[in-house]
Design a binder for this molecule. Structure first.
Ligand code: HEC
Ligand SMILES: [Cu+2]
Length: 331
């Protein structure tokens, strides 16, 4: 019985260290994330050493001075100058070894970047992320693209309440504060699709405020930017997508969403190329017909508190299907 308990405990503890864990800060993929990881490991080993020394002394004291029949109580030590100096100095020295790398990392990750860094402006919204590339005059949402091996400078702010931008494998977390801009800079060292998360409680769907960062080759990034900069594809005449465009243009959608050349809304994500995204609703759902249809019909039922309210009067199933076809055509 006891043996089985230990095997089970070891298995549970061991399994905590495996798995893919897409939002783990222990798998760094940029200079920023590596700097935090190195600092974390450094402080972890100092803490481990302190733990071992303190626990060892405790165990020695427990065993050596245990009460035994007929033995008088040990005499307590008072005013031992050497010991007092030792246990004051040792922690002070350890704290210096912790403080110096900490302060160095704080400055190293303060957001400084060369002038030719790719610039991205991140704006937190309840409960989605807007990404603007000022040098490219490009706006998108929820999925940020950056080239691999190039410095990226991220300027972070918020349109409503305080959020926090955090992509554990790449960098952050850094608060997104309305009326203020905070910066981080990083250089991703491997291509991939990294997930992030708002890290400052911001209301009902805080936990559903995710994001993705696609790190790709320079040429793929260039291709992506070119597609984003082009206007939306015109739907083929007499298809569901064309009917969907008409439904979009006569519905409340236009008050909240921008589709370049179609509508100017700025309450929700820019939908000009929404069909090219892999997810919707800030990384919550795959961008497929079923989820799009349910989202358009009743977004708050999929994402509590979503500021995309239920359409009134409700859209017909045919209208929703047409809208889905239209949005999917916007690659
Ligand atoms: C009251 C403003 C409002 C109206 C009206 C509105 N939306 Fe939205 N929409 C939003 C907001 C805000 C979000 C982001 C919600 C979130 O993720 O929390 C959103 C998200 C979306 C998304 C997901 C985009 C992404 O990148 O994740 C799609 C698709 C969408 N809306 C389509 C539509 C369509 C189609 C209509 C019209 C039938 C519509 N919306 C009407 C505010 C609105
Ligand atoms: Cu949040």
């Amino acid at each position: 019985m006891r043996k089985r308990f230990w095997v089970l405990t070891a298995a549970l503890a061991g399994s905590g260290c495996g798995g893919p864990f897409p939002q783990s800060a222990l798998h760094p993929h940029s200079d920023f994330a590596r700097a935090s990881d190195v600092l974390f490991t450094d402080i972890f080993w100092w803490a481990a050493a302190v733990f071992v020394v303190v626990e060892a002394l405790l165990v020695v004291a427990l065993i050596r001075f245990r009460h035994r029949e007929g033995r008088p109580a040990p005499t307590p030590t008072h005013g031992h100058t050497l010991m007092e100096i030792a246990w004051t100095l040792a922690p002070a020295v350890i704290l210096v070894f912790v403080a110096v790398p900490t302060v160095r990392t704080i400055f190293a990750t303060a957001g400084g970047a060369p002038a030719d860094a790719v610039k991205v402006q991140v704006i937190g919204h309840q409960w989605w992320w807007e990404f603007k590339y000022p040098d490219l005059a490009l706006t998108t949402a929820n999925e940020m693209h950056v080239p691999v091996g190039k410095p990226v400078r991220v300027a972070i702010t918020s349109a409503d309440v305080i959020h926090s931008f955090w992509v554990p494998p790449l960098g952050g977390k850094r608060d997104a504060i309305p009326g203020q801009t905070n910066y981080i800079a990083f250089q991703a060292d491997s291509e991939g699709d990294y997930s992030g998360q708002c890290a400052e409680f911001c209301g009902a769907s805080h936990a559903n405020m995710r994001l993705r960062v696609v790190v790709e080759s320079d040429s793929e990034f260039g291709r992506w930017a070119t597609v984003q900069l082009a206007g939306p594809a015109a739907p083929t005449p007499r298809t569901a997508a064309e009917r969907g465009k008409a439904v979009f243009a006569r519905s409340a959608c236009i008050g909240c969403h921008t589709i370049q050349g179609v509508s100017p809304g700025v309450i929700g994500p820019n939908l000009t190329h929404v069909g090219g995204r892999t997810t919707i609703a800030s990384g919550l759902f795959p961008n497929d017909s079923a989820h799009l249809a349910r989202w358009i019909a009743d977004a708050p039922s999929l994402k509590p508190g979503a500021l995309m309210t239920r359409m009134q009067p409700p859209l017909t199933d045919a209208d929703i299907a047409a809208l889905v076809a239209y949005l999917q055509s916007l690659k």
